[in-house]
Design a protein around this ligand. Sequence first.
Ligand code: PEP
Ligand code: MN
Length: 317
Amino acid sequence: KKRGFDAHVSSGEVHTVIGCVGGKIIDPRDIELLDGVKEVKTIREPFRLASRDRKSEDTVIEFENGVKIGGANRPVAMVGPCSVEDDYEGLRQVAFAAKELGCQFLRGGAFKPRTSPYDFDGLGEKGLQYLAQAKEETGLLVVTELMDSTDLELVCKYADVIQIGARNMQNFDLLKEVGHYTKKPILLKRGLSSTLQELLMSAEYIMASGNPNVILCERGIRTFETSTRNTIDLTVVPLLHSLTHLPIIIDPSHATGVARLVHPVSVAATAIGADGLIIEVHNDPPHAKCDGAQSQTPEMFAETMKVVNQIRPYACR
Ligand code: PEP
Ligand code: MN
């Protein structure tokens, strides 16, 4: 009661159950420490704003050109190279191929998190300018990654969707800053070893800072399996749809790391009800500066979109 809860006592023969309503979210372990308490079970999810209890209808994110993510508008497609390279013509080819297939977004990193400090880490502002030019030519909306808050203003200027990558999912200061600074949609990728609850708590950081427009992205997690780059568990799609009202998209490229596996995972993700797909497509994968092995060619991607569109009417939900 001291913590603001209303307590409702039900006494049974063996156990006494005290239902606590209202009050502030507490760490259940603090109450478990008290004498006479066997166990504390929380009913309310700690991700208050993101939870389905809070808002039963799906969040639909709408862009100025009428494109929507979430609800019945699925799946949207975000397509493009891993990193924007110093070859505008290549980017343009991929963008036009995507546009012709009915995709809505062009993806491409100008600031790249790379495991090795010796690898290509992006073109910076020049890459953002190439994306803007491709947007101008095709009308595709731009999805690009923000790694550091010092680039927030710059990335915000060019991005229609700001990606927070797997490695930054728990960079809480970055999440807070991006939430304070902008209401542009944030594509939040699940960390390499993060639970769904942790993913949702990171979404909560952005929302609690003032930006409700969060799109969750499953991109596979690190497991003991080595035959794929990561392990993708597509059951997160229906699971997240029951836990949260936020849209959830799948990244089959980073999930598998293998170009020929991108097609079947895209089809399965569509069937299971994903709100979108983010797929790496490169005009010349063998010469890509980043993630060529998992990049589809425009031809492979066209085949994937063909089947995705056939599956679309039968998708779960
Ligand atoms: C990316 O989308 O290019 C990327 C770096 O993804 P992730 O953060 O999921 O590894
Ligand atoms: Mn990549």
